[in-house]
Design a protein around this ligand. Sequence first.
Ligand code: BTN
Length: 323
Amino acid sequence: MAMATGTAILEAFYQAAGQFVPADHLAKLLKTSAGQVVAEITGLEQLGYSIESHPHFGYRLLDAPDRLTADDIKARLHTVAIGSQILVFEQTSSTNDVVEHMARSQAGEGLVVFAESQTKGRGRHGRAWVSPRGKGLWFSVLLRPRLKPVAAARITVAASVAVARAVRKTTGLDARIKWPNDITVRGKKVAGILTELHAEGDEILAAILGIGIDVNCRVEELPANIATSLQIETGKPQDRAALAIETLAALDECYRAAQTNFDALVTEWAAWCTTLGKQLVVTMGARRIEGHAQALDDDGALLLRRDNGQIERILAGDVVVEK
Ligand code: BTN
């Protein structure tokens, strides 16, 4: 498929890394006239891009808006599977619902749907997920993994490592993983993962991976005491598009590892995990299990050793206490 003109221009700007790109280079790239290049540049400026134009040197990108656009993300993303199609909505109910709908209409693996805000963002166990407009990354990814449904927890492990890796790289914060699906900074949650499955018999037809990252949320926009944001933790606003790109790039690698080299993924997971080695109380509905978190097994289940020595295999639940 031909690359959208906005994507092609932005890709040229990002490759030039702040230097001028000659107008005739852009015209050649877009297979169009200089006049059309001016129109495309004007279109980007209307979206909030700050672009300097020079009669001899051409154009250069000075600043990008704090706004997610599919063109911008595609221009900077070089992945194998994740991001085969990227959509950005101003508002959705839940991005997981949009992806689920598209999965039923045969959308391909790697589709990513972002929303600037969600009216019905949801977390695990049917809890609401607050998604203030333009303050975070609220997105879902369509996966069609070559995994058995019993090993679906590997996807959440992959996503946890990807988010932790991207947060660490873009902010320098000491992001940690709290089993099963939280990313934390200094003990407070900054991101959550919701993996929803469609399986038939022994086959996963689709896994819808929903990720919410509190990027630039203010204290009053977050659930009191338990949550934080990257802006709160670093003391400055963070570049959402850059974080989105790092997260998708990391997810591309981690998702591949989940299917082909899970041991290596678990090693990275374990290095950042706050849950292993702790005495836990895990609740699963009415069931409550206490024990010592030992390891992840090959399916991504947490192995908990009870006081009587018995090993419990736990696939999901709420960790109440980490001692
Ligand atoms: C949790 O911690 O309970 C999981 C939170 C997952 C939130 C994300 S935001 C994007 C996607 N759409 C949703 O409705 N939920 C996930």
